[in-house]
Write a protein that binds this ligand. Structure first.
Ligand code: NAD
Length: 433
């Protein structure tokens, strides 16, 4: 066998790059393949996107409050750094795997390039249920993880941010740990920090705000009035909760919401601030009196203008897609629709605004945060929201135009723009040595 054909390292008998690898990496690979016919001479470089540049697996040992020692597995994947430092969130969830983090890192590469941010793509995570840790244990896990991945992150190398199960407080611990190890304060090593530590105004709401902007822009083309529009949102955290609030504030009717504790419907519209207050107080929506429980499969079939999956990947399967009665799906979550489900939705005339566009508001304001930290000059919230809106609307327009010209779905159009930018940078840089 020639040197170039030696298969990649094997994990548990299955190469982590195996094309038959499980979801969601397989979805990402399939999405990349759909761009192949549109790459022209850059097709020569396409394998770059199927090989994460750097994958780091770390062991995180901590002493638990009861004196026992526990080990957790953590990851940081830098999928591609051709256009700039890595950028992407950190997920704390019991189902996190290397495969999932690789896919999420790949989507960050595409998202950052599609929007035009000067970043590569990265993602990290720990396989842990943060709800089972005391605050001290959570801090020890976070600080040890940060030290372990400290060899590859940094303000000009790779900049983490919050994702599912992490928040501004955890970003503060990460910033402090990295700074302590380095011997000097490095505010720009993470984004999504508290404002007191160089965080940006508007960052927390940014992803939900971007989801709302994308829905509005799609609605203009599909002749959907926001006033009175029917909205269904899965996931009621940072992305789903805030998007739901903004839809409601714009006059839309949020008729169904769901989190990991409950799936709820109220045809006359749910009071979102009240539901948010309930979820914050009761660690979830279960028991919220302002809406009635509904079966999860019925939830996906509710007739609505906008369906916003904003929880986890792989939620809209081909089976569920057959029953979707939304006019537009706006992907707040990363990878919520499988490629096969994408095809079903398209054949049924449902417009899908893809994750790499719809949820890019968060990383866009993370970019603003990073720029503000570097210059130590901070902008007002109005400036931030106005710049965010401009970038999102411009990206939506450009992607829409490519979709029209090439007669492809918005996802493929976004991937075409992004892959061109990444592979052009790759080709310009050339291979070293
Ligand atoms: P979060 O932890 O704040 O909220 C996640 C929500 O999903 C919670 O309400 C949780 O109860 C719910 N959930 C989890 N499992 C569920 C299930 N099986 N069924 C229904 N609901 C479930 O996380 P977030 O930051 O809002 O992230 C949500 C999604 O958006 C993820 O895919 C994430 O990668 C993506 N995203 C987040 C950001 C960001 O800035 N936070 C940016 C881009 C994309």
């Amino acid at each position: 066998m020639s040197q170039s054909r030696i298969p990649p390292a094997s994990l548990g008998g299955l190469s982590y790059l195996d094309p038959a690898a499980p979801e969601p990496w397989a979805s990402f690979i399939e999405q990349i393949e759909r761009v192949r016919p549109h790459l022209g001479p850059l097709e020569r470089w396409i394998e770059t996107l199927k090989h994460p540049k750097r994958t780091l697996i770390v062991d995180i040992p901590i002493e638990r409050d009861d004196g026992t020692i526990a080990h957790f597995e953590g990851y940081r994947v830098q999928h591609n750094l051709s256009r700039g430092p890595g950028k992407g969130g950190i997920r704390y969830h019991p189902a996190v795997t290397l495969n999932e983090v690789m896919a999420l890192a790949g989507w960050m590469t595409v998202k950052n390039a599609a929007i035009g941010l000067p970043f590569g793509g990265a993602k990290g995570g720990i396989r842990v249920d943060p709800a089972t840790l005391s605050s001290g244990e959570l801090e020890r896990v976070t600080r040890r993880f940060t030290s372990e991945i400290g060899i590859i992150i940094g303000p000009d190398r790779d900049i983490p941010a919050p994702d599912v199960g992490t928040n501004a407080k955890i970003m503060a611990m990460m910033m402090d740990t990295f700074s302590m190890n380095r011997g000097g304060t490095a505010t720009g090593v993470v984004t999504g920090k508290p404002v007191a530590l160089g965080g940006s105004l508007g960052r927390q709401e940014a992803t939900g705000r971007g989801v709302y902007f994308c829905a509005r822009e799609a609605g203009k083309r599909q002749h959907i009035a926001m006033e009175g529009a029917r909205i269904v949102v899965q996931g009621f955290g940072n992305v789903g909760g805030i998007a739901a609030r903004l839809f409601r504030a714009a006059g839309a009717r949020v008729i169904a919401i769901a989190d990991h504790t409950a799936t709820l419907v109220n045809e006359s519209g749910i009071d979102i601030p009240a539901a948010q207050a309930w979820a914050a107080e009761h660690a979830g929506l279960a028991g919220f009196p302002g809406a009635a429980p509904i079966d999860i499969e019925d939830f996906w079939q509710l007739e609505c203008d906008y369906l916003v999956p904003a929880a986890l990947e792989g939620q809209i399967t081909p089976e569920r897609a057959t029953g979707v009665r939304a006019r537009v799906v706006v992907e707040g979550a990363n990878g919520p629709t499988t490629p096969a489900a994408d095809d079903v939705l398209r054949s049924r005339g449902v417009l899908v605004v893809p994750d790499v566009l719809a949820n890019a508001g968060g990383v866009t304001v993370s970019y603003f945060e990073w720029v503000q930290d570097f210059s130590s000059f901070f902008w007002t919230e109005d400036e931030i929201n106005a710049r965010l809106e401009r970038i999102m609307v411009n990206a939506f327009d450009a992607i829409w135009q490519v979709a029209q010209e090439k007669q492809v779905p918005l996802r493929t159009a976004a991937f075409i723009i992004a892959c061109h930018r990444v592979l052009e940078a790759r080709a310009e840089r050339g291979l070293y040595p």
